[in-house]
Design a protein around this ligand. Sequence first.
Ligand SMILES: O=C(O)c1ccccc1NCC(=O)[C@H](O)[C@H](O)COP(=O)(O)O
Length: 246
Amino acid sequence: MRTEIKICGLSKREEIDAVMEAGGDLVGFVLFEKSPRNVSLGHAAALAGRTCGKLGVVPLTVNASDELVARIAEDLRPDLIQLHGSESVERVREIRSRWNLRVMKAIGVAGPKDLEAARAYAPFVERLLLDAKPPKDATRPGGNGAPFDWSLLDGFDPGVPWMLSGGLTPETVTEALSRTAASGIDVSSGVESAPGVKDLGRIRSFIGAVRDADRHGRPLAAAALARSLRVREPANPTTASGSRAA
Ligand SMILES: O=C(O)c1ccccc1NCC(=O)[C@H](O)[C@H](O)COP(=O)(O)O
């Protein structure tokens, strides 16, 4: 299987090029002024143009206003919009339908109750992104370089593709992929040399580690994918000849 890779918090053309050349899938642009990765919508649109349609474009917002959502829909026409605030299920449904946007809803995870909350969004999104809850002194709801206990994800299957996120690095992503059934993986701090300063070598190493894991097989993820694709068995299975099975 191919794990979907999102590299988040990009702000330079050479970063887009590095993700494309290394075989990533999605690039994230932070539209949140308190973040060291914040970019303007206009700059995000220019960077999106650099992808030449070869990478999915994912603007990231926190409790965005209708005006910002409308401008994102109009100016970026994103592949996904990532909602990383306290957006309710109703708000998610509205953004998805009113502006015809594909949604990835981020959920901070610290315990089983957070996974229950994630399940409530599942029917109304294209993706879930499971991130660590922000530390108490955090100035932003994501991008904090904080991992969470992946064992919480044992058996987690929300019925919609989900990305694992939070404190991942080129050094830890292989273990994360072996221990979870995540269909995608997301990183920001772990491929930086300083907050907001992406390290192209670490981006390449991260993507390379994920592709190595794909090549070696990801049994948990493959089984989850098979379950999601399984066609319901006929009520009365019959043999090939058409007679009733024994
Ligand atoms: O990256 C940010 O600065 C950010 C700011 C506000 C809300 C969300 C933010 N990032 C969201 C992401 O998708 C990050 O990639 C995710 O939280 C993981 O970040 P990290 O733990 O640094 O890899």
